[in-house]
Design a protein around this ligand. Structure first.
Ligand code: SF4
Ligand code: SF4
Length: 372
């Protein structure tokens, strides 16, 4: 976000609401951080000045607690359990419906997805990187997913540089944060007196122009840049490399898979919170009238028993093979599909694992011999 410093603007704290008001005026439903069940999630703002201040989240393996930010900032919280994934890839939706007409013939009809114009305020660099991976899965040439595409096209993304990464974050290690570098319409870095703001798209540029802001000073840009560098340096978790394909695929029979399987509950939390997981299941839901049904798509998890079921037998009948499938797909075979790893270092799977399984720890143990 600092590649063209002459285009950076300065948004005073007192004018943050003007940015939200501008987005609302343009017809966007604005989503921002909100506290729900003790965690930060993205919810619709009911007023331009509705963004909460002073929230922070203390995170560790299997632990997430909200705390107060002593500096009362708007965006001092690291990510919550919900990425922006649900805004493009719906957790549950109807793809098509079928009805039996009076003559007894089946009539099929597509279900048009609800796709409101949404502006999401507070998107993190890791989640932008994850969205790019979701795009690669759902929008490849020749097999574009119409439901995903309809919602994705309507998103306006206001990214924020992380100033206070969670203890579970390792986006610096994967190369995906903490400074947003691509995929946003606007990016902000929060300083004591306001925000360094840059546009990343023509839509973002128009919003910024309408706010009529002063250019950011070199000192403000420098402070914002240093904030990103400090946030990267504060991260303590890492992965041993960005391409672990060979390291992991040559260790498919490593005893560590048994050790982690003994702790893993196969609950699927890690896949539900992961911003890059895209597995889904499809099923028909018949209506009680006996004349119609809807074809539903729902998020699925490779930790579920049915995920590996193929024509009469299960190729992953135990937790060891399911955990191995998850980790080796995410960090190894994802390279074959998308040319990079499927992990953006958000750390959610670590914080939201009920037994505190930490993939950075598992990878370190699995690859130790390979690396030495
Ligand atoms: S594997 Fe874990 S750390 Fe990596 S992107 Fe998914 S949830 Fe985030
Ligand atoms: S690794 Fe943790 S979150 Fe994932 S399935 Fe196992 S117990 Fe659940």
């Amino acid at each position: 976000m600092f590649s063209q410093p002459d285009r950076a603007r300065f948004l005073p704290l007192a004018q943050l609401h003007a940015l939200v008001a501008q987005l609302m005026q343009l017809g966007y439903q604005c989503l921002g951080p909100a506290v729900e069940n003790g965690a930060i999630v993205m919810r619709e703002l009911d007023a331009p000045d509705g963004l909460p201040r002073g929230l922070q989240a203390e995170q560790a393996a299997g632990r997430y607690r909200l705390t107060r930010d002593p500096l009362n900032r708007y965006f001092a919280w690291a990510n919550g359990p919900q990425a922006i994934k649900p805004q493009a890839f719906a957790p549950k939706e109807s793809l098509w419906r079928v009805e039996r007409d009076d003559a007894g013939a089946l009539q099929f009809a597509a279900v048009e997805p609800a796709a409101p114009a949404q502006a999401i305020i507070g998107v993190r660099a890791c989640d932008l990187a994850a969205l790019a991976l979701q795009d690669a899965h759902f929008l490849p040439a020749g097999r574009r997913d119409a439901h995903y595409a309809a919602r994705r096209e309507q998103l306006f993304l206001v990214a924020v540089q992380c100033a206070e990464p969670g203890a579970t974050c390792f986006c610096a290690s994967t190369g995906d944060g903490p400074t947003p570098t691509a995929g946003y319409d606007l990016a902000l870095a929060e300083l004591a007196e306001g925000f360094v703001a840059v546009a990343g798209s023509a839509k973002g540029g128009a919003v910024l122009d309408a706010l009529n802001l002063s250019p950011a000073t070199p000192q403000q840009i420098d402070a914002a840049r240093q904030q990103g560098q400090a946030a990267a340096a504060a991260q303590t978790r890492t992965l041993p490399g960005r391409n672990l394909r060979e390291a992991l695929m040559s260790r498919l029979e490593h005893p560590r898979w048994d050790e982690v399987a003994a702790r893993c509950l196969a609950c699927g939390n890690c896949t539900a919170v992961c911003p890059t997981c895209f597995c889904h299941a499809e099923a028909d839901e018949p209506a009680l009238d006996g004349h119609s049904s809807r074809h539903e798509r729902v998020w699925d998890s490779c930790f579920g028993e049915s995920h590996g079921y193929l024509h009469g037998f299960n190729v992953r009948s135990d937790i060891r093979t399911r955990y191995r499938q998850w980790l080796t797909h995410k960090l190894a075979t994802w390279h074959d599909q998308f040319g990079r790893s499927g992990c953006v270092g958000c750390g959610r799977c670590i914080a939201w694992c009920p037994v505190g399984i930490d993939l950075t720890e598992e990878v370190a143990a699995l690859t130790a011999e390979v690396r030495s």
